[in-house]
Design a protein around this ligand. Structure first.
Ligand code: PMP
Length: 457
């Protein structure tokens, strides 16, 4: 069968329509509209088969931290494929790539984190966390501690356990989730759920739901609390200042593990290597993926505190793993990716240069008629499009304002995502000042168009 010419959009769309079921997509609507076919990436820019260029304000799916088209990563992948395309880490073996990556992860994660387990994705990392967390307590002589507490509207992945840990009702409604022994409390989403409380009051109140839930379930039954430092796919929900200190206190008082999902917040997104450092969380385990390889190859990991890892190791056999745990190609690329981040001081750049610049520009969008709140930390940001700013009132979901925005942004050469009517951004960490200006200018123009659209409703 002949492949279409690169620029033949209609042919690519017709093949895609016939054979490809897309993740998290309205399949019927997509088959009517046809897919965009993206074929190139360079720096912060993408290009589709028709030659249209887009500034990728999302770094793919929050992952292409070092930007597209990095020759160093191509070279690392090629060399590894030539030397050893595959070997596993079962049967008392390892590879130089997997071994070196475990060492580098120990270097860039906070003190007390020295041991990791490799997966292929963030979902698998969170499935791993669930099994390891329960196994840890069993080894401590408390096998009845099996319940994981998470938060409504959390996203932790799409496999059975990770989807159950997530708190999205629309996900639970397909495929019979959640599995037993998962509980959810409210999220610290002050803007739309804080009512008349101040952010600080609200932060304390929702944090204390953890205490109430532990009491309700019984502390002897609860294994862990899992959360992202900043919820990404939930809508870049930055918790009030009171939230994390109170959660930390409650975890410490109740002998439960605290698990930070660093799949989005990890690898520099907040201006620290990990979101846990930004909030001084000191978790017991961290799940990670995305920025670990800047999305160039699929890889995830679970980083364990010495206490957790030593407990698992002391017990001997661990009945968990994947054919591709520590895949040499993925590890070689991840090693080179982390080296680039270290050599170019990308995390420091987010903390003290491009992050503050981006945050200032982002905050200025608050003056737009549609924008109720423009929040950001490092290079992760959210912006609330609302019907009435003074009352923090939402548009009706049927108006599909977010969807209009996203499509208009594409037409303006900008990729951003809308989660409901919350616009989110997470550009590559290498974005320049001029590219931030371009992002904000295109975003402003798209907001103007969206405002004209909502006036027609
Ligand atoms: N956790 C978080 C916080 C995520 O954002 C994601 C992916 N968006 C995942 C886990 C799942 O990662 P993956 O898609 O690689 O399975």
């Amino acid at each position: 069968m002949k492949m279409p010419d690169m620029s033949d959009l209609a042919s690519w769309q017709s093949i895609d329509r016939a054979h490809h079921i897309h993740p998290f997509t309205d399949q019927k609507a997509l088959r009517a509209s046809g897919s965009r076919i993206i074929c190139k990436g360079e720096g912060v820019y993408l290009q589709d088969v028709e030659g249209n260029r887009y500034l990728d304000g999302m770094a793919g799916l929050w992952c292409v931290n070092v930007g597209y088209g990095r020759q160093e990563l191509v070279t690392a992948a090629t060399r590894q494929m030539e030397e050893l395309a595959y070997y596993n880490c079962f049967f008392n073996t390892s590879t130089p790539a997997a071994t070196r990556l475990s060492q580098l992860l120990a270097q860039v994660t906070p003190d007390g984190f020295n041991q990791c387990f490799f997966t292929n994705s963030g979902s698998e990392a969170n499935d791993t966390v669930l099994r390891f967390g329960r196994h840890y307590w069993a080894l401590k002589g408390k096998p009845e501690k099996t319940i994981f507490i998470s938060r409504r509207n959390a996203y932790h992945g799409s496999t059975v356990a990770a989807g159950s840990l997530g708190g999205m009702a629309w996900m639970h409604s397909q495929g019979g989730l959640p599995i037993p022994d998962i509980a959810h409390i409210d999220q610290p989403y002050w803007y739309h759920e804080g009512g008349d409380e101040t952010p600080e009051e609200f932060g304390i109140r929702v944090a204390r739901q953890l205490k109430a839930k532990i009491r309700e379930l019984g502390p002897d039954r609860v294994a862990a609390f899992i959360a992202e430092p900043i919820q990404g796919s939930g809508g870049v929900i930055i918790p009030p200042s009171t939230y994390w200190p109170e959660i930390k206190r409650i975890c410490a008082e109740n002998e439960i593990l605290f698990i930070a999902d660093e799949v989005i917040c990890g690898f520099g997104r907040t201006g620290k290597w990990f979101g846990s450092e930004f909030y001084d969380l000191k978790p017991d385990m961290m799940s990670m993926a995305k920025g670990l390889s800047s999305g160039y190859v699929p890889i995830g990991a679970v980083m364990m505190s010495d206490e957790v890892a030593d407990t698992l190791v002391a017990n001997g056999f661990l009945s968990h793993g994947f054919t591709y745990s520590g895949h040499p190609l993925a590890c070689a690329v991840a090693v080179r990716n982390i080296e680039i981040m270290l050599n170019e001081r990308l995390v420091e750049r987010v903390e003290s240069d491009i992050g503050p610049y981006f945050q200032e520009k982002w905050a200025s969008l608050k003056n737009h008629a549609l924008v109720g709140e423009a929040r950001s930390i490092g290079l992760i940001a959210g912006l609330e499009m609302v019907k009435d700013k003074s009352r923090r009132e939402k548009f009706p979901t049927t108006a599909r304002v977010g969807l209009f925005f996203r499509e208009a942004a594409f037409r303006n050469g900008l990729v951003l995502r809308a989660i409901g009517d919350t616009v989110v951004a997470s550009p590559p960490l290498v974005i320049t000042h001029a590219e931030v200006d371009e992002l904000i200018e295109k975003l402003g123009r798209t907001l103007d168009e969206t405002e004209r659209y909502v006036r027609t409703l």
